[in-house]
Write a protein that binds this ligand. Structure first.
Ligand code: FAD
Length: 505
């Protein structure tokens, strides 16, 4: 099993024994995927100790096994760090930025500042855990007390137990077990004041935010991101408030309709830890206590948060999930060598299938895609085009603001059929039927594919089937203003099912 001990996550007992050797200097708060001040246990613990703080962020793409951020995530991170730095300053503190290997920078900083302690919020990737374990050992050996906390999940992956049989691979029993555990508790307030420690000479060189080089250099594809998002803790709290007031009540039924504004859009904020799942959980519970009409929406919504928890639970025991099939029989899947023009059509939202194309264009423009469209677009790539899910996962990783090390691969594997508790492979999403069911008036398609806007509802999800006169009237010229289907749906489906025979047993 995966005991926390084995992973080196709890060495607090050992530390007590070495406490005699501790230094008295400032405390380091190492921010990673927890870019917030409220409900941040690591920060709260550091503030409680009577020492000034060194608040630190290290942009680290060099450590072994680290997955570099994609473009949209880098954009988000830039603005999130700007917001965090501003909030820390308002409290009297300072956020110091570094770039390079955390393994070198953190110990050097601790030594130069004679730091007495270091605090951080846990991460769950294999490489991240390995790095933290090494750092913990090193720092403790140098007399720096270290303490790590949960801030990213309601429950640690090892806390939700499936009897003696290890971890869960099925969502429903996992979430039942998680809900049966004691509540994660009340969220913490942000600290009143942060006492800044002076920056020590001889410490690793600090960088300005611009020097981290996170913003796009060539074209400014980020304009659509700026127009749609407000990274940072304030933006996250505003989203949550708006969602509780306007989205939650209808969530259970409206969450599947991509044209509706019924979803929370909290995923990128969660990805960077600008809000904690515990804060969300507590706020939803409080809202439904006050307004019982929210009950159905609340339970569905918390269940989705449960998928995030479940994915992290599985990810913790399958750290290679972004590259390896969870069900190894899928290793035999005869994926096609992806034809470049098909791949390009998919990426650019030019497949000729309006629901897929609308989703892919929403993604490119805003760094986000509605979950219903994600499922349709991913399924289309993996099944109708028979292209390896890993190729799609990479594109999403680069273009999603919420690109998440657990959620992205797990969801792709769910769609592909190779994942934990996955959709069966033979269930092939039909983008026309999905569109007609979940975007019945075509509002979502019209929003993202203006060249189809004048088509009547009846044809909006299958323009190739429309009579010539209807197309003419709507000024749609297939193959010119909007592409013809890149693959025939029935042919693509048959090919996928035939390929699936190879992994059947
Ligand atoms: P809401 O409907 O408001 O749900 C609230 C929260 O619950 C979300 O913020 C998210 O944290 C969690 N959640 C909802 N659905 C899922 C789900 N299926 N799996 C895990 N958690 C979920 N989500 C990511 O956060 N990062 C990703 O990189 C990502 N990649 C995906 C790739 C594919 C192919 C698919 C099909 C889904 C992916 N998802 C991913 C899951 C889901 O689409 C998004 O979490 C959701 O659309 C975010 O919108 P929201 O915050 O408004 O969600």
């Amino acid at each position: 099993g995966n005991s926390a001990h084995k992973w080196g996550l709890t060495s607090d007992r050992k530390q007590k024994m070495t406490r005699g050797a501790q230094k008295q200097g400032p405390s380091i708060v190492w921010f990673r995927d927890d870019l917030r001040l409220a409900d941040n246990q690591a920060l709260t613990a550091a503030v409680a100790a009577p020492a000034p703080l060194l608040c630190v962020y290290i942009f680290d793409e060099e450590s072994e096994g680290f997955r570099p951020h994609g473009g949209a995530s880098r954009w988000w991170l830039h603005h999130s760090l700007a917001a965090l730095g501003g909030e820390i300053s308002k409290k009297g503190g300072r956020l110091d930025l570094f770039r390079g290997r955390a393994k070198d920078i953190l110990p050097a900083l601790a030594a130069a500042a004679s730091a007495g302690a270091a605090f951080w919020t846990r991460r769950y990737g294999g490489a991240e855990i390995a790095l933290d374990t090494v750092l913990k050992t090193r720092l403790v050996a140098a007399g720096v007390k270290t303490q790590s906390f949960n801030g990213q999940l309601l429950h640690e992956p090892w806390e939700v137990k499936r009897g003696a049989r290890g971890s869960f691979m099925v969502y429903s029993p996992y979430w039942r077990a998680a809900l049966a555990l004691p509540d994660a508790g009340a969220p913490l307030d942000a600290p009143e004041k942060i006492l800044a420690s002076p920056y020590s000479r001889g410490a690793p060189k600090r960088k300005s935010l611009d020097e981290l080089g996170l913003l796009p250099k060539r074209c400014d594809w980020a304009a659509g991101l700026s127009a749609n998002w407000r990274p940072g803790e304030k933006g996250a709290q505003k989203r949550l408030g708006d969602f509780l007031a306007n989205g939650l009540q209808a969530y259970a039924s409206a969450r599947d309709r991509p044209a509706d504004d019924a979803i929370s859009r909290l995923s990128p904020h969660l990805r960077f830890g600008e809000i904690s799942p515990r804060q969300i959980f507590a706020a939803v519970r409080a809202a439904e206590t006050e307004r019982p009409e929210l009950k159905a929406g609340a339970s569905k919504f918390l269940g989705e948060l449960g998928w995030r928890e479940f994915n992290y639970h599985v990810f913790f025991s399958h750290p290679n999930a972004a590259t390896t099939n969870l069900q190894r029989r899928f290793d035999a899947m005869p994926w096609r060598d992806p034809p470049l023009h098909e791949l390009k059509a998919w990426r650019r939202g030019q497949t000729g299938y309006p629901l897929v194309d609308a989703g892919m264009r929403e993604l490119w423009t805003t760094g986000f895609m509605h979950n219903r469209a994600r499922m349709a677009a991913a399924s289309f790539l993996v099944k109708h085009l028979l292209i390896d899910w890993r190729i799609g996962e990479e594109w999403f990783w680069d273009t999603l603001c919420d690109a998440d090390p657990a959620n992205n691969p797990m969801n792709w594997q769910w769609v592909a059929g190779s994942g934990a508790d996955a959709a069966p492979y033979f269930r092939v999403f039909n983008p026309v039927l999905q569109g007609e069911k979940f975007d019945p008036r075509g509002d979502y398609v019209r929003r993202w594919i203006p060249e189809l806007a004048a088509l009547p509802d009846k044809w909006i999800h299958k323009p190739w089937a429309a009579p010539a006169a209807v197309l003419l009237e709507a000024r749609v010229e297939l193959g010119k203003t909007y592409p013809k289907p890149v693959v025939d749906l029935a042919d693509g489906r048959d090919r996928a099912l035939k390929a699936f025979e190879a992994v059947r047993r």
